[in-house]
Write a protein that binds this ligand. Sequence first.
Ligand SMILES: Nc1ncnc2c1ncn2[C@@H]1O[C@H](COP(=O)(O)OP(=O)(O)OP(=O)(O)O)[C@@H](O)[C@H]1O
Ligand SMILES: [Mg+2]
Length: 266
Amino acid sequence: MREDAVLEAQNLVKTYGKGDSLFTALGGIDLTIRQGEKVAIIGKSGSGKSTLMHLLALLDKPTSGAVFVEGQDAAKLKNGQLGHLRGQKFGFVFQQFFLNGHASVLENVILPLKIAGVGRAERKRRALEALKQVELDDKAKNKAKDLSGGQKQRVVIARAIVGNPSVIFADEPTGNLDTATGQRIEDLLFSLNANQGITLIVVTHDADLAARCDRQIHIQDGRIVDHPEPPAATREPKAPEPAPDQPDAPQPPRRPTPRPRRKVHL
Ligand SMILES: Nc1ncnc2c1ncn2[C@@H]1O[C@H](COP(=O)(O)OP(=O)(O)OP(=O)(O)O)[C@@H](O)[C@H]1O
Ligand SMILES: [Mg+2]
């Protein structure tokens, strides 16, 4: 276990079904994520990205293998303790907003604090503070269902940060949004990382979003692969590498970010 590891997965296996219908969604994942890192999990649909994220976030249990959160073996915790750890350390931003549309924006953001047993006045103060961070404090009293898609996702981010988490798990956080709105959500997530040191773990099909992370973890058929085969449509000639005896050789210029956004591994 590394000292600065916030999450560590050891030989994680997840199977569904049994007998003839046994399916191995994750076939043995080893992974260490350090505090403050930005990590993209990428791969084709059905490759196991969400399954991995759910296991890392303690939302589901592995068939075998272990998840350590800041050195603590999750398997050693009872369900109540797991829930407590999750509430204390993690925030969630998923593609489907999972907001209660009929409750107010403020009530939606307050919810995790209510579950954590934070007092009434304190939780309102903190929820308004989180809404201010996503520039939605003026919508606190609106019903969540009346907001635009981008605003809903900002409420989700406010709800994710209200508990002051170490890690934000985002599964396709911009998947339902137009490019400009998605960009704003992306910037917001990255600013939380830059300003508050929150670790970001992002599942995405968006190559530009993945490229903004410190590293990309490619999942293929439930395993991490170092050199995934790129889809034929996006295969490009490789830029020449500097010769090994010329470490300071000039790097090829970075290509400008293409528009429209590229999708990977669809
Ligand atoms: N509860 C379940 N029962 C049976 N199979 C499941 C279950 N959940 C996931 N799977 C299977 O496990 C595999 C991995 O699913 P997962 O949701 O992790 O994929 P993903 O990489 O997130 O895909 P996508 O990009 O489409 O979201 C898929 O083949 C899926 O059908
Ligand atoms: Mg998924």
